[in-house]
Design a protein around this ligand. Sequence first.
Ligand SMILES: [Zn+2]
Length: 391
Amino acid sequence: MNHLSCNVCAAPLAHTLYESEGTHSLTSLCQVRPGVTRVYACVRCAHHQTEEMADSAAFYESDYDILVHSEEEDQIYEVKPDGTQVYRTAHQLKVLLDKLPLPPGTRILDYGCAKSAMMKSLLSQRSDLQPHLFDVSARYIPFWEKFIEPGRWAVYETPAAWQDHFDVVTSFFSMEHMVRPEESIRKMAAMLKPGGAAYCIVPNAATNVADFIVLDHVNHFSTPSLQYLLQGAGLVVESIDDAAHRGAFVVVARRAIEPEQATLPAEFPQQVQDWLTRFQDMASFWSNAAERVRSQEAQLPPDAEVAIYGAGFYGAFVVSCLKEPQRVICHLDQNIYLQGRELNGRPILPPAQLPAHIRHVWVGLNPAHARRIIAQVEALLARPLSFLFLE
Ligand SMILES: [Zn+2]
């Protein structure tokens, strides 16, 4: 029995949409942790919510090692047809500057910023801006000290002097982790000057289906639940863009100059219904995916060693499904920051270093892009390989 209520609209969450098999789940950093992933659907606002990890505070303080290995470490956003790699920070910066004109002197706060590669690269292009940083963990201070002066960052609590203070408050991939997003967005709104802009990026589980089952993403937003959340915090939604950043929503909302009584759009109930259906499909996909991997495994030659293409979430998921995970000898990945490291004890190699005796490669990539990406990996095309896809 649960007494959960929706993080966005407070409606009771009675309906379990998805429950993972087994006793372990994967985090967004591909760590295997004890616990079952349960996702609930809110029928009022189409927010979807994963039951919070029992030890989430300890997780963020000590185990949430996102990209802390080096200053420059980053995630690949896309590999262009000519082989050029575009990293996530560079893409996010381009989208931000496209969407928000930032006049000289703009005071900008990155809320829940982690090491804030974003503000660091923004500052490298725009030294006229005044960036500030906030996070709930002190572990990123060594990164901040290198590019922001003391007094422009805070941990745990934001200073009273930051109320009504900022032209822009940003949140890059942090609201999905927040147990009380409604409280956080209100705080963000209160730190904006009237007319100031909240700029948020959150995963869109409909186009990045891994988001649906990661244990540490408490919130899975939909356009109606974002609308509800922002409006409830006194923000006026300007745009919710699902195309500017693949797999994510890019949201721009402004603090109202005059507080007003906002109403939800007339099409809101229909949008809620549409999103509930999309999430139902995601739940079916994941419920079937583990079974699909195991039936592919059953058809492999006995004792065949295999490789996994992808050292991210989908790659870790494939391994977690296998009856005989010891047959996986390596991951392949084009991300130079991952190459040479390990994922759950297996080496991560550039595709060209796939050992010669391997004949079977599981493709651990977002199914929406997997076939296109594999077709472009020249190092593998001439090899006698059979590729196993999640879908
Ligand atoms: Zn709700």
